[in-house]
Design a protein around this ligand. Sequence first.
Ligand code: KIV
Ligand code: ZN
Length: 376
Amino acid sequence: MEGSFLKVKIFDTTLRDGEQTPGVSLTPDQKLRTAVKLDELGVDVIEAGSAITSEGERQGIKNIVSEGLNAEICSFARAVKVDIDAAIECGVDSVHLVVPTSDLHIKHKLRKTREDVQEFAVESTEYAVDHGLTVELSAEDSTRTDFDFLKEIFSEGIDAGAHRICACDTVGMLTPERAYEFYGGLTDLGVPVSVHCHNDFGLAVANTLSALRAGATQAHVTINGIGERAGNASLEELVVALHSLYKVETGVNVGMLYDMSRTVARMTGIYLQPNKAIVGENAFAHESGIHADGVMKKAETYEPITPELVGHKRRFVMGKHVGSHIIRQKINEMGLRVDEERFQQIFSRIKALGDMGKCVTDVDLQAIAEDVLGVL
Ligand code: KIV
Ligand code: ZN
């Protein structure tokens, strides 16, 4: 795979695609607080929601618009006038204007023809542009669409005034190799190309990176990768991979990522698996004696980036695999003095607890040490 990255813009859809996570529904106030923080984080575009959805949704979007943030504020809209009117009422800068383009969606979901969809795309683009909106024309299920038809509909949309185009890998069917070829094939249309990948096969970030390498310039992402089914490409994984592995900067302040992730987890009630890359609770946790010892001597031995880079913290976990170094260090930090014999008693008790399937916290360690020292 050849190619190189151009300037990458971050289109955050936590408040639209992310909010489509089963079981998630945000109040206007939660949306506003999240948007303010996303703006502080430095994303380029905030898809604040879909204005047609409800009164509360419109209120949330209007509140975000009136905050006067730096980011472009966008509303999702189907290619119908009522959706665009709702977005206009909210005062957004742009619409993410979506038409399904695969025959599967056109026939079975819309029960329409390709020609109908072409007409909707062109008419609604013209309507939105005439009302002063920036238009990102998006094709749903792009990656299962006849490629010539996809390009035709995008070209017609661009002729009608669309400022950007977005190809959605709606059910996450791409591989990194195909993503490179697919998005690369859209870069001759003369407007910026957005990549929108879902994570059904766990490849959303890898596919997004490939698309960017092939010439796409804007990535659709969500905080923590939340979204329909297995979610969307995760903002924190993409941005840190670009920063640390490819030396490509976005406008995102990576030092805020852990805090942003926790805010969205609390707000949505969607908590992360501990081993989630970059922001999971175990992303910088070390248990085995060999790893902990290595990290204590030089962190890079078992950490690809520092936890501080993303505002996270390093943690040493005292379980079955713990080594004596870390226990000694923690006991010293607690201000306790133990001789070798007592140290071995403490160490064996931690190992025994580990064998019973338990991990020892700092408080447990202090209690064990004090018990052995008879200072309780
Ligand atoms: O994944 C998708 O296809 C989408 C579109 C509806 C924009 O989110
Ligand atoms: Zn999506």
